[in-house]
Write a protein that binds this ligand. Structure first.
Ligand SMILES: Nc1ncnc2c1ncn2[C@@H]1O[C@H](COP(=O)(O)OP(=O)(O)OP(=O)(O)O)[C@@H](O)[C@H]1O
Length: 216
């Protein structure tokens, strides 16, 4: 599904954040991306989303070279990807269900349909009964589930997560990883960035390890 060929990225005026990365993520797989703070994990995810541009090399998504896409073509790429953040990024003045429906509204869905699909997505993460609450009335673990429901509401082929358990204790973190495993079993390709090696050490999943911008 995703292929990196000799990909490099340097931010303006900085040292290279990623250098010479080559790897393949097969469709339907679940992979962890790990490495110390500053190793380049977020940068790698941003390259896949087209939020940052590589300085060298090629990235393919389902056979399309995304390193060549114009900014007008990027929304088509992003519709096939869901992104989960460490800090949830929920709108505080909108209900949980409105937050989850938002990507569909932006994509042009009728509000009634968007609401229906958002409820179904909340059901999948076990939060349907909290649909009309404000995010602030939910615990951190629940807010993370809302973020996940929003990331999968449009049924993306690829689900990316950047430190999705960074603010949670160990039990909640394992619950959240279980949720990702469920989406993976349903057919989504999943890539999770985490610096927490303890959390994933017993997971029998492939792992990409970044060290100062290089794959180990
Ligand atoms: N927008 C930016 N402008 C300049 N340098 C950046 C920018 N974003 C990241 N960097 C630098 O690129 C390198 C990789 O950062 P990145 O955030 O990808 O690492 P990370 O592994 O995700 O770290 P963390 O776990 O702390 O989020 C670091 O040296 C960082 O300072």
């Amino acid at each position: 599904m995703i292929r990196f060929a000799n990909v490099s990225k340097a931010y303006l005026g900085g040292k290279p954040a990623l250098q010479g990365l080559s790897f393949h993520l097969p469709a339907g797989g679940m992979t962890y991306l790990t490495g110390h703070s500053g190793a380049g994990k977020s940068t790698l995810l941003k390259l896949i989303m087209g939020m940052e541009r590589a300085n060298g090399g090629q990235i393919w998504f389902n056979g399309h070279e995304i390193t060549r896409l114009s900014r007008y073509e990027l929304p088509f790429l992003r519709r096939q990807i869901g992104m989960v953040h460490q800090d949830y990024r929920l709108l505080s003045d909108r209900s949980v269900v409105d937050n989850v429906a938002l990507p569909l509204i932006i994509a042009g869905f009728h509000p009634k349909d968007a609401h229906k699909y958002a409820l179904a997505s909340l059901d999948r993460v076990g939060l349907r009964e909290r649909a009309n609450h404000l995010p602030a009335h939910l615990s951190g673990g629940e807010q993370q589930r809302v973020d996940i429901a929003r990331a999968v509401v449009h049924k993306p082929q690829l689900l990316l997560a950047d430190e999705p358990t960074g603010n949670l204790d160990e039990k909640l973190s394992l619950d959240i990883l279980g949720l990702f495993e469920e989406f993976n079993r349903m057919g989504m390709t999943v890539l999770i960035a985490t610096h927490d090696l303890n959390l994933i050490q017993h997971k029998p999943k492939p792992c990409l390890v970044l060290e100062q911008g290089h794959l180990r």
